[in-house]
Write a protein of this length. Sequence first.
Length: 172
Amino acid sequence: MSEDEQILARPHDPTGTDVAERIANAARGVAPVKRRRRKTPPDEDSPWSSAGPGPRDPQRAGVVLDSVLKKRGWKKQVSVAALMPEWAKFVGDVNAAHTKPEKWELGVLTIRAESTTWATSLRAMSPQIIARLNEILGPKTVTKLHILGPQAPSWKKGLRSVPGRGPRDTYG
């Protein structure tokens, strides 16, 4: 097939740029350039990116932090740590004024009350508190509440303390 037949076999370009390009190249003595198109989409290692969002694009800090927390298994610990300053939101202002959460370990939340009356009151409300905590923090984050009364004073203080029952052994 001759070059003229090849030209006639090609579809007509209404802009005429391909014909003008061939004429200019022929005048300069340059061989026609065949353009190649990329047939496969870019892969992960490619220096190019596609038009849509991709894994190489910058990510939001919250999305990245959330994925790290999930990957490391720290999601529950972080949500429980957020509970401590927001304690009044979970139990109400009155109860929060007289109680405070101390620690969370393996689904058990330890709460310290300032008197035995407040501890008893909180024990009566523990099913509702657990339900509210799990509703906000996530399912099965808190499985049990360990509610403690006030700490008793210790008799084992000072340099000259002795082992045993202390001052109670001389009573009576």
